[in-house]
Design a protein around this ligand. Structure first.
Ligand SMILES: C[S@@+](CC[C@H](N)C(=O)[O-])C[C@H]1O[C@@H](n2cnc3c(N)ncnc32)[C@H](O)[C@@H]1O
Length: 131
């Protein structure tokens, strides 16, 4: 799915990279992308440890990005990826996150959000239902 969606993209911002595992998986699978990781500062050491081990030239070390910030540390990207975050932060933070996305995502950009969402009123898996 992401392979098709991001086939013509060049620069992806990942919001809330967590451990960095998604960045490494997708960065390795989609080497045409420059994948910018980001997180709250307290998680950067963990991401850097994963990146040091993976040694992927197209996955960049994390920038400090709090979705509540008025100014984001990224100028302009043609794709944004985020997993498992909008359901754990407050609704005002979700609104500020979308405000920030609107500032840094190019007009024809793609936003890809993953999470334990319902489709047609049902979860897509048992694990997502528990999450
Ligand atoms: C459930 S984890 C998901 C991490 C990763 N995306 C994944 O799917 O494994 C939620 C992440 O949101 C990040 N987060 C929480 N509040 C945030 C904020 N205000 N700005 C940016 N990231 C935030 C946390 O640090 C955490 O890594």
């Amino acid at each position: 799915m992401l392979e098709a969606l991001f086939s013509d993209r060049t620069h992806v911002l990942e919001i809330a990279s967590g451990t960095g595992q998604h960045a490494i998986h997708f960065g390795r699978a989609l080497p045409h992308l420059l994948w910018q990781t980001s997180e709250l500062v307290q998680h950067h050491a963990g991401i850097r440890a994963w990146l040091d081990e993976a040694q992927l030239a197209n996955v960049l070390p994390p920038v400090a990005l709090d979705v509540n910030a008025a100014q984001w540390p990224v100028a302009s990207v043609d794709a944004i990826f985020n997993a498992n975050t909008v359901h754990i932060v407050s609704w005002p933070s979700v609104e500020r996150m979308f405000d920030g996305i609107g500032k840094v995502l190019k007009p024809d950009g793609i936003l890809c959000l993953y999470g334990p969402f319902n489709y047609g009123g049902a979860y897509t898996s048992d694990s997502n239902a528990s999450f």
